[in-house]
Design a protein around this ligand. Structure first.
Ligand code: SAH
Length: 220
């Protein structure tokens, strides 16, 4: 049963996933390890069964609590941006959501720490990670504005919701050479930014316009 659920049939089958990967390539994703994860992670198990036939469309889908599972292209783009300069060991993800991005990322990094502010989503993401046997992930129910001080510094930080300005704590929790990939700005005017921490300064590169849900304060 479990194997069949992961493998998928019809609109969730291997062929449907191949088409998604083909589209991602056409959109400019080149990192082969990332494309392989996009092919192998069963996105349909992260959404409600009623939506599973749409799981491999390149679109965000509702996951409850007013939140969405990220669009596959965005997951691939952010993961590629994080890995652009080579392997990263310790990574923080802010905005676990249903845990789809977590599942794509986990085997590509050493250790993955992920923070989500909505408690039931944390539990759901944990369950999916267990099903997929992801062993290098630690989950936390908390406000991602604060990062995860106890296990900092990180080689990489990836933020899946948009703050108006970059939270200071996240920049502080980057080690030298580490990078932070974060969408910044109000709805309709967000840019994906890659910050890289240097000895004396922080470099900032724009990776283009994006559309994310807002990074909210506090926990729920
Ligand atoms: N990448 C996720 C989807 C992210 S949607 C996936 O693949 O499913 C953005 C998520 O960020 C939502 O689940 C939202 O609850 C969470 N979020 C928003 N503000 C947050 C904050 N301050 N701290 C932690 N998580 C936050």
């Amino acid at each position: 049963m479990t194997d069949l659920r992961f493998a998928g049939i019809g609109m969730t089958s291997a062929r449907t996933r191949d088409r998604l990967v083909q589209r991602l390539r056409e959109q400019g994703i080149t990192n082969l390890a990332v494309l392989e994860r996009m092919r192998n992670v069963p996105r349909h198990i992260f959404v409600d069964e009623a939506l599973s036939s749409r799981a491999y469309e390149d679109t965000a889908l509702p996951i409850g609590f007013g939140q969405t599972i990220s669009q596959p292209y965005i997951v691939a783009r952010m993961t590629e941006a994080l890995l652009e300069y080579g392997p990263v060991d310790k990574v923080l993800e802010v905005g676990t959501g249903c845990g789809y991005q977590t599942a794509v990322l986990a085997p590509l990094v050493g250790r993955l720490y992920t923070v989500e502010r909505i408690a039931p989503l944390v539990e759901r993401a944990k369950a999916r990670a267990k099903e997929l046997d992801l062993r290098n992930v630690r989950f936390k129910h908390g406000d991602g504005h604060l990062g995860w001080k106890a296990v900092a510094p990180f080689d990489g930080i990836l933020v899946a919701a948009a703050p108006l300005t970059v939270p200071e704590a996240l920049l502080k929790q980057l080690r030298v050479g580490g990078r932070l990939i974060v969408p910044v700005g109000p709805e309709g005017q967000q840019e994906l930014i890659r910050f890289t921490r240097r000895e004396q300064k922080i470099d900032r590169v724009s990776l283009g316009p994006v559309s994310f849900v807002p990074l909210l304060g506090g926990i729920a």
